[in-house]
Design a protein around this ligand. Structure first.
Ligand code: PLP
Length: 454
């Protein structure tokens, strides 16, 4: 076929018009991209198409390379209204944490090195004292995430034995974290007590056998049982566990170091309260309400923490220097709660008032409307969510730009267009409109800049 013979060779392209691409992307990547482009051109020709010019081939290889260069893990603008969005990476870090992480990336750090003695140190020491100061616990340790913390506690303290949990607290957090499954993986026999809606002190007492290893309380993070209910409060459960000479473990889930009620947010048991209520161990997340990087904390009695640290699983779940630096910097911010709402983005976003967001909506209404002339734009009231299973029922009053187009699939089509922007914008669809909840928009210019590519 003549058209196939008309195609320039790979070598000719590399020596000629593809040289600019080679400077930018390197010879190996350009060779691969040109080869793929030539293959596609041959398919087109066999299907009856014409041979593309050398310039067209190079242009299409360039587009291929550009698409490969854009990271799929790239910044997006979160206008979903969910502040701690698990699929969008939960907490955004404080500047102090970012700076600490960057330093740890760039330089050698005294990770497991005691600068006082010049001997080997412990990596957890960089955060354990801070955690103890902030929670009143005797000792603390840190692992990859809270799921890992729960797995490790169960495995280290109850492997081959039984753990007693209320049927009202057998939670599933986002698919693969389910208390019964984690128990099984940790090699622990789950002893369920009580019923879905009511569990009493005697249910726990009656479940104790010589195979019991611990009693556990799990925060019902993403649901609430209402109506005819009874649960055993943490301090009572701690007393029951003490009588039975068993440790009481409290999985707080989100975990917060300062009661959010201080800022007018829904109240939450703090880690310090959970420790004071008598839990022998408390586990919680780093990247939920705490506003730090992904991490799981275990705080509590020194002898139990020691046992946990000696478990071989601990080594497999440990945290790297970059995150440790960010965790320590985040925790240090909590030593000054008065300025926390300025410094910690999670708290700053959660505490934004409806009026502040409404003023932002009024500012943006004109310019955003001008960029989407085919849509009806309204400023509407809506409710933001905290997210990540923190405070599932409570929502925060907020304001959104509501965009309504023509046709039933208009919101889906607009959502797809916004996702395809250089900085993708993620909203949520409600009642046939695409809502852009402005609670988490910290930079009006960034939104307008990316929308200008529509
Ligand atoms: C979120 C949560 C977990 C899991 O924490 P990650 O940090 O996401 O691993 C475990 N238990 C409870 C109760 C939770 O809310």
């Amino acid at each position: 076929m003549q058209a196939l013979r008309d195609l320039p060779s790979l070598d000719r392209l590399l020596a000629g018009s593809a040289q600019d691409l080679t400077h930018r992307h390197g010879r190996a990547a350009v060779t691969d991209a040109l080869r793929a482009t030539l293959d596609a051109a041959r398919d087109t020709i066999r299907a009856g198409g014409a041979a593309p010019s050398a310039a067209a081939l190079v242009r299409s290889a360039g587009e291929r390379l550009d698409a490969e260069t854009i990271s799929s893990l790239r910044p997006v603008i979160n206008l979903t209204g969910t502040v701690l969005h698990t699929n969008l990476g939960r907490a955004v870090l404080a500047e102090a944490a970012i700076a600490a992480a960057v330093d740890a990336m760039r330089h050698p750090v005294a990770l497991e090195y005691d600068l006082g003695t010049g001997r080997r140190g412990e990596r957890d020491d960089h955060v354990s004292q801070l955690l103890c100061d902030l929670t009143g616990a005797e000792a603390a340790t840190v692992v990859n995430n809270n799921a890992a913390a729960v797995l490790l506690v169960l495995n280290a303290l109850a492997r081959g034995r039984e753990a007693i949990v209320s049927r009202g607290e057998l939670v599933e957090i986002g698919g693969s974290f389910r208390i019964p499954d984690i128990m099984a993986r940790a090699g622990v026999t789950l002893i369920e007590v009580g019923t879905t809606n009511r569990t009493h002190a005697r249910d726990y007492r009656d479940a104790v056998t010589d195979r019991s290893a611990l009693m556990m309380k799990v925060h019902p993070s993403n649901y609430r049982i209402e109506g005819f209910t009874a649960a055993v409060p943490a301090d009572d459960l701690a007393a029951i566990a003490r009588e039975a000479r068993l440790p009481m473990v409290h999985d707080l889930g989100s975990g917060t170091l300062v009661d959010p009620a201080r800022w007018g947010l829904p109240a939450e048991t703090t880690v310090a309260q959970a420790v004071a209520e008598g839990a022998d161990l408390v586990t919680f997340s780093g990247d939920k309400l705490l506003g730090g990087p992904q991490a799981g904390f275990i705080v509590g009695r020194a002898e139990l923490i020691k046992q946990i640290n000696q478990d071989p699983l601990k080594r497999t779940l440990r945290v790297d220097k970059i995150r440790l630096a960010a965790i320590a910097a985040t925790l240090r911010l909590y030593r000054d709660p008065d300025r926390l709402a300025e410094r910690l983005p999670t708290l700053r976003l959660l505490t934004r008032t409806r009026d502040d967001i409404a003023a932002q909506a009024r500012r943006l209404r004109g310019p955003v409307g001008a960029m989407l002339p085919d849509h009806q734009l309204d400023v509407v009231d809506c409710m933001s969510q905290i997210g990540s299973g923190a405070m599932p029922v409570e929502t925060l009053p907020s304001v959104a730009l509501s965009l309504r187009g023509h046709g039933g699939d208009a919101p889906d089509r607009l959502a797809a267009r916004l996702r395809a922007l250089p900085v993708p914008v993620i909203g949520r669809i409600r009642d046939g409109a695409l809502l852009l909840d402005l609670r988490c928009l910290t930079d009006d210019g960034a939104l307008l800049g990316t929308l200008s590519h529509l």
